[in-house]
Design a protein around this ligand. Structure first.
Ligand code: ARG
Ligand code: ZN
Length: 848
């Protein structure tokens, strides 16, 4: 039965303190818990308990309960005995970390004991009210012969075989963590703004120390940034980060003990790309920022997940903008939002930023909750201004420190700090779907008046048909025919279904630059000619709007080619100007050179009422790339020679931008040179960015057999690079080769499918290969269904997450649809499906 937001009830008991005593053993770890409980409301004492937990003993105030005093059913444990107002509940359980393949609860990763408790993993460690609004200070004792024993908070005592930790800050159980193993630290210290010294450690496996430096550097910059920009200081004596190889997601913000997927910690120039470095920096910051937005202030229930995730993503985006190029970061984020969140909103999995029901909460760690959740905060900031935002955030931290809060609390803080009524704005949290905004221009030449008329409409989403108008901040500027800015950016507030804005006193008809900085997560429709788009691409002062004009030109070109047209002169000339521009940021130019993805084109086709044809989309992208390469061969060659960074490798934005431009140019020329240049760059590469980029270009051109073999040879002992090897092949293989190759790779001895990174590399790589995955014969769908079923039996979270590749099935032709339906039905008919995969496959299949 689904959980519902409206059914929230406070827990009947408060917990004054939790004492855990854990004796580690691979097959039989013992956990004793003592909870000091006080009754707050009427109601039974009900605890959550995982099915694989063996309950050895239960006691109240030291006296054992017998079987008649409690009932265990499914995942709940109910105690019937009469209870005093305050008492200590003790439990002793046995668990088997070695048998736990789910990467949830307590499990083993390469000999390291580690935990993952968000969202509902703590119940697999000990019986507990496993909900975020039950917060308590924890004291933890760990018994084990392993050399490093870690938990949350501050170290209290360490002796051989034993460690004690104390976390004074009340926390929800999902932030509990424990790690034990043979680990090495790279260490540093940080002095906080009030002068307290904090010990920092990044823990890795012996031998990996020399790849942990960038993570530490990122952490220190994040700590300083959060003090400077948000006034937030760290609150414990130590901050530990641990890298593990088996992890279902990116990382986890456990209080004082963040646990990371090793992919987001370990980096060296030879083994990690510029993109990997940037992600490490941003995820290290993200998890650190959770200390205030998530941990000190947490969520009342899981419906409020965006309260911590949307805000923390917004904060990590601000951090990256400050560390690197704000313009490039904004464009990158919009590209990702459209590829993942717009796609989600368009299909059967659409849900509000704050969902109001779920079957399995792990299925709601989505692009909508995270990325659209961050966009909603960006809009709030635009509407109340920087100062209003700063006041609201100060009030939020002051008013809600120590609370398990809601979206209502969050919005109230903005209302109280700024006096603005946010009742209508709240629809961004409660209503699913991407609004489509249509803009029309009316020019009155006689009076020099431009009228902009907007209408907004949000398509229906599952369970929601009525979509009243939202508040949409629309940033516009006006540009004169000679390219001057005649009206700098204005924030128009659209809050009606139809609404007009007048601009008077204009000498000549201006060009309108709209949705500057992507001021709202909407689809903007307006009528532009290629010449208009080229004008904006040449003259817009707003970097996002400028890039968008170029992107729109590319998109329009590709869509016209799908209808049989040829690439027009405007687009090719615009690309020529990009290649000749020696003043602009190379990273920005690289973004301008990149073609819209196949997924973006499929979305555009289906939004316009057509059935997207994956093979045709692949063909026009290939064709346009070759046309560009033939038209601008000399300039592309010049870019390839001019973009070799001087000096030693550094992952900074400057060097990374040069390499991005170089690889964008390489991707184009590889279409016409048979791979000669890519092979040369591959052979001469001194860093992974160029090596992997050249390999991807070779594979996409149907070449690179030797390079593929060489790559494996060089890096066969570096797990994270072997992941890359699988991913690069599956994602870049030519469409007709993709599924056969994926099958071959799945039989490779290195395809350790129980490792989440390895599974994601191959299966996720194929899913990202648009025309390959959507093969007309349904082989991609069958391959995915086979592997989802196989992995579901060992790791339901991974199965459910990867099933999202099916979410767009209903947009394709009847043949593909029939194959996809059959694959989904086969999944749904399988006995003993996890709740995770059953919910996902059911929701996806439910459409059309
Ligand atoms: N809170 C973590 C983060 O945002 C992610 C946890 C994901 N958990 C999950 N069950 N999917 O960094
Ligand atoms: Zn997060």
């Amino acid at each position: 039965a689904p959980q519902r937001l409206e059914d929230y009830r406070p827990y009947p008991f408060a917990i004054k303190e939790v004492r855990l005593d854990v004796t580690l053993d691979p097959q039989a770890s013992r956990v004793r818990a003592d909870l000091d409980l006080t009754r707050q409301h009427d109601g039974d004492l009900v605890l959550d308990i995982g099915k694989a937990v063996t309950l050895d003993r239960l006691a109240v105030d030291g006296s054992d309960l017998d079987a008649a005093d409690w009932t265990r059913k499914g995942e709940t444990l109910t105690i019937h005995r009469a209870l005093p107002q305050s008492f200590t509940l003790s439990s002793e359980v046995t668990i088997d970390p070695a048998a736990n393949t789910t990467c949830e609860g307590l499990y083993l990763s390469g000999g390291i004991f580690c935990t993952q408790c968000e969202a509902e993993g703590f119940r697999h460690i000990t019986p507990y009210p496993d909900r975020p609004d039950v917060m308590a200070p924890f004291k933890v004792t760990i018994h084990s012969d392993l050399p490093v024993l870690l938990s949350n908070g501050n170290p209290v005592a360490q002796a051989p075989g034993r460690a004690e930790w104390s976390d004074p800050w009340p926390k929800p159980p999902y932030l509990f963590a424990l790690v034990a193993g043979d680990l090495r630290a790279i260490s540093d210290t940080f002095t906080t703004m009030s002068g307290r010294e904090v010990d920092l450690n990044v823990w890795v496996r012996p031998g990996d120390e020399d790849r942990a430096g960038y993570a530490m550097d990122s952490l220190i910059r994040a700590m300083r940034w959060d003090e400077r920009v948000y006034g937030r200081e760290y609150d414990l004596d130590v901050f530990n980060i641990v890298a593990v190889d088996d992890f279902n997601m990116g990382a986890m913000e456990n209080k004082g003990l963040n646990i990371f997927n090793s992919k987001l910690v370990l980096a060296s120039p030879e083994t990690a790309t510029d993109g990997d470095y940037e992600r490490i920096e941003s995820v290290i910051a993200h998890e650190y920022f959770h200390n205030w937005t998530g941990n000190r202030i947490t969520c009342r229930d899981w419906f409020q997940l965006c309260l911590k995730e949307g805000l923390t993503v917004f904060r990590d985006q601000q951090f990256t903008s400050d560390m690197r190029s704000a313009a490039v970061k904004r464009i990158d984020d919009v590209v990702t939002l459209r590829a993942r969140q717009f796609r989600e909103d368009q299909g059967p999995l659409a849900h509000p930023v704050r969902p109001d029901s779920y079957v399995e909460i792990n299925n709601f760690y989505t692009a909508t909750v995270y990325e659209k959740g961050a966009e909603v905060i960006g809009m709030l900031k635009r509407l109340v201004g920087d100062e209003g935002y700063a006041k609201a955030l100060d009030l939020y931290f002051e008013r809600h420190d120590g609370d398990a809060a809601t979206i209502e609390d969050w919005l109230k803080v903005f209302e109280d700090a700024t006096g603005r009524d946010l009742a209508q704005f709240k629809r961004w949290y409660t209503d699913a779907g991407t609004p489509i905004v249509t803009m029309k221009e009316d020019w009155d030449a006689e009076h020099g008046v431009l009228t902009l008329s907007f209408s907004q409409q949000t398509p229906s989403t599952p369970g929601q048909t009525d979509k009243p108008p939202r508040v949409i901040p629309m940033a516009v500027g006006l540009i004169s025919p000679n390219g001057d800015e005649v009206l700098p950016t204005q924030m128009l507030e659209i809050d009606q279904a139809e609404q007009s804005f007048r601009f008077d006193g204009l000498a000549t008809r201006p060009m309108v630059s709209a949705l500057r900085d992507f001021s709202a997560p909407v689809v903007l429709r307006r009528e532009l000619t290629d010449a208009d788009r080229a004008f904006l691409f040449a003259h817009d002062r707003d970097p996002f709007a400028r890039w968008e004009a170029g992107r729109d030109l590319a998109r329009a070109t590709l869509l016209a080619m799908l209808d049989g047209g040829a690439p027009g002169p405007e687009y090719l000339a615009a690309i020529g100007r990009v290649l000749a521009d020696r003043d602009a940021d190379p990273a920005f130019l690289a973004l301008c050179l990149r073609l819209p993805s196949a997924e973006e084109l499929a979305q555009a086709r289906s939004e316009a009422g057509h059935t997207p044809d994956p093979d045709a989309i692949h063909a026009v992208r290939e064709e346009l790339a070759s046309v560009i390469a033939r038209t601008h061969q000399a300039e592309l060659d010049r870019v390839l020679t001019d973009t070799v960074p001087a000096g030693d490798y550094s992952p900074d934005a400057g060097q990374a931008g040069l390499r991005a431009l170089r690889l964008a140019a390489l991707g184009l020329v590889t279409r016409i040179d048979g791979g000669a240049r890519a092979q040369a760059i591959y052979d001469g590469a001194t860093n992974m960015t160029e090596r992997a980029g050249a390999l991807a270009a070779l594979i996409a051109a149907g070449a690179g057999q030797d390079a593929v073999a060489d790559f494996h040879d060089r890096f066969k002992d570096v797990r994270l690079v072997v992941d890359m090897w699988f991913m690069l092949q599956a994602a870049n293989a030519r469409p007709d080769r993709a599924v056969p190759l994926a099958r071959e790779l799945a039989a490779h001895p290195d395809f350790d499918w129980k490792n989440p990174n390895r599974f994601r590399a191959l299966i996720g790589g194929l899913s990202a290969n648009h025309a390959g995955f959507h093969a007309a014969d349904g082989s991609g769908y069958d391959f995915l269904a086979d592997w989802l079923l196989r992995v579901d039996a060992v790791n339901p979270q991974i199965a459910a997450r990867m099933s999202g590749a099916f979410e767009t099935w209903a947009r394709y032709d009847e043949t593909r649809k029939a194959h996809a339906k059959a694959a989904l039905d086969r999944i749904l008919a399988t006995p003993d499906l996890s709740r995770n995969l059953a919910e996902m496959a059911g929701r996806i299949r439910g459409a059309a």
